[in-house]
Design a protein around this ligand. Sequence first.
Ligand code: ZN
Length: 496
Amino acid sequence: MSLYATFQERTRRLADLASTVAILSWDQETMMPPAGGVWRARQLSTLAALHHEQLTDPAWEELLERLEEEDLDLWGRASLREFRRQYDKARRLPESLVRELAETTSLASQHWVRAREASDFQLFQPWLEKVLHLKRQQAACLQCSNTLYEALLDEYEPGMQEARLEELFRGLQPALSSLLQRIQASPVFDQVPALQGNFPIESQRELGREIMTAMGFDWNAGRLDVSPHPFCTGLTPRDVRITTRYSESDFTNSLFGILHETGHALYEQGLDPEHYGLPACDAISLGIHESQSRLWENQVGRSLPFWTHWFPRLRQVFAGRLEGVSLEDFLRRINRVRPSLIRVDADEVTYGLHVILRYELEQRMIQGSLEVAELPEAWNQRMEEYLGIVPERDAEGVLQDTHWSQGLIGYFPTYLLGNLYAAQIYACARRSIPDLEGQIRSGEMRSLREWLREQVHRPGKTLTADELIEKISGKPLDTQDLLGYLEDKFRSLYAI
Ligand code: ZN
């Protein structure tokens, strides 16, 4: 067996373990009876330990060094580079730290749940301090970047430099705040119609499935199920599953959730099955993944062309329940802009401000320039400054997201990077696909999916995020396309 064939065989085994973990987690969220939980936790930790053992096997060192001398093709080179990155990182983390992080974050999450229920930050404070202490140690061990924060960011957005992120977000914040103020001053700011009624879940499911089909979701290689927290999991490019949750009083939740998760799913289904198991056959980063969901959810799914086709069908599916709601009313409703306390309910304009706030606070906590005890006050100050509102309770403020309790620090920025990437990629799709909006207006979305597949999905990790964006748009990532898109869209919706 050639060296490269050995490498391939061994990385495929790692991919098999990872996708087995993914199917067990999917089952836990969707199907597993509650009493199975204890055993499932054991199964997952056994498999995770096995994965870690195989990933950090010292025998890799010689194999990698010898392969690095060889003349490999594009996929081989990219896979070797990616595997080297994962291997070095895993080897640098002492096992005791990995175990301590797993245990501490598991306990911290449980204390976070209680603190949020009681809306009492002090219950969570000592746990967040412990998590931060360990995350700083983790960042120091990784030794892969300029700053501690950047080392953590690199886990989710490989190659993104902190200084670069700072520059992008520093440009965005005042621009978003000022757009928000102009919208709030619009004479039609308050005139957004409500969508009330009773929308049968079966009809929501039917419409969701129709839209997924039109987007090009491959039902032979995927599923749609229900779970309390919607997600997408790609076990292999030929088995990609999404979930949603339904509410009878509000169909927009499940509908836009489905559009979002299907965007993620198309990325996973678009990876090249021929290269399954190679480290390069994977999404580039969380930000690029999020760009695919946001592009379908927002740029396509909240647009006039899209609803010109789908609105008549929507009214038909919910027979009689949307009488008196015009297409224009509906568009204003699904694009309503409001400063709000909760990130996950935020609109396209304020969403970025929620993310920038979290980024600034976590960055300062990792640097050591913000104490955990000062966090609630710092949170509220920034809410006031960026959004003009202040939460009355910590449950609706600093305690609303689970991320920090789980040790996910450096993760929030990928949500906003996703919006930036989405806007830049979609601007290019519009230039490259003849009459894209006309096609969407007639319900035809397959040429968009094909273009994305060709440009973004197929290459997997053979390109870095920077290379991908540069290749598609001919320029590095910037804030222009997102700000231009928001400006155009809300100028007409709010007559500003
Ligand atoms: Zn997402």
